[in-house]
Design a protein around this ligand. Structure first.
Ligand SMILES: [Zn+2]
Ligand SMILES: [Zn+2]
Ligand SMILES: [Zn+2]
Length: 175
């Protein structure tokens, strides 16, 4: 079983594999932990995994309506809370949105690369960066509660001018 780096979201890949893996991992983890992976929680996770783009809670509410007509904002928030607690999704603070975690089966810190053009978010392990940061925090005598680094920019695909589902990065507008 290969455990190495997940595929780069921006690179062409079979996204069905990502979804299957995410749902399968969620089922296994919840079963192991005795956590209830209810149909609504599963549906919210599936909707988040529709792409590698970060999704806002109110977009999820719209998307879940066809499946769960009675869904209310609180339904979504509770499901999101559960999925975050279980480490199946991450909150992207700077976007106030959520992405599916690509390595929820192990404890990890967050380095998120957020593309401002295609809005895909890539999660990277960045072990060396985190080790350096931990050392810095230790020197500062700072007790860290939550550590996540969110970096905004353009993903490799958009830099190359071929964003998936778009005509590429628009050229700069002449003044
Ligand atoms: Zn994918
Ligand atoms: Zn993760
Ligand atoms: Zn991009």
């Amino acid at each position: 079983m290969q455990t190495q780096a997940a595929p780069t979201p921006a690179a062409p890949h079979d996204h069905h594999d990502c979804i299957d893996k995410a749902i399968h991992t969620a089922e296994q983890l919840c079963m192991h932990r005795g956590a209830r992976f209810t149909p609504i929680r599963r549906k919210v996770l599936e909707l988040i995994w529709e792409s590698h783009r970060a999704v806002k809670a109110y977009d999820l509410l719209d998307r879940i309506k066809p499946y769960e007509q009675a869904a209310k904002p609180v339904t979504i928030y509770r499901a999101l809370e559960f999925l975050v607690e279980q480490g199946l999704i991450h909150r992207v603070e700077s976007l106030n949105a959520f992405i599916g975690c690509v390595c929820s089966d192990r404890r990890h810190e967050l380095l998120l690369l957020i593309c401002r053009h295609c809005h895909e978010v890539e999660e990277r392990p960045a072990v060396a960066v985190m080790a350096a940061l931990a050392e810095e925090m230790q020197q500062a005598g700072f007790s860290v509660h939550r550590k996540a680094i969110e970096i905004h920019g353009l993903c490799a695909h958009c830099v190359a001018g071929a964003a998936p589902g778009s005509a590429g990065v628009p050229p700069a507008q002449p003044a």
